[in-house]
Design a protein around this ligand. Sequence first.
Ligand code: MG
Length: 159
Amino acid sequence: MRQRFGIGFDSHTFVEKRPLILGGVTVDYPKGLKGHSDGDAVAHAIIDALLGAAAMGDVGRLFPDTDKRWKGADSMLLLAEVRRRVVAASYSIVNVDVTVIAERPKLAPYIDQMRENIGKVLGLPASAVSVKAKTNEKMDAVGRGKGIQVFAVASIGGA
Ligand code: MG
């Protein structure tokens, strides 16, 4: 089995009056992430990592924000569609690793639920799904709590 890797990144700003959804978990916080879909930056970074590993494009190409179908979309459903496409191209998903950078809220209480949700969608055990949260040590816009950034790496095998 040939092993391939992909990297994904996403960045969203906080806005008022939106739920904060990360890895399919609604996080208790007064602000949410701006975006055409539900703004789930964790799901988007994983999507780009998987598509990158398979060299199959990126989230914006598959689900353009000019398309009304994706307005307010549940990004975990978009992730499920990406899994379907990657598997249809004869790849198997090996593992994903995610780093969320957010000054606040504290995400530790939500990490295990995110791993479970992501694993369910990707057909992976939680042992193959890593989610880590860090602050930006108060530096730059993310450090001032303006938004969230997410990095993801995915490994796939086959083809
Ligand atoms: Mg995004």
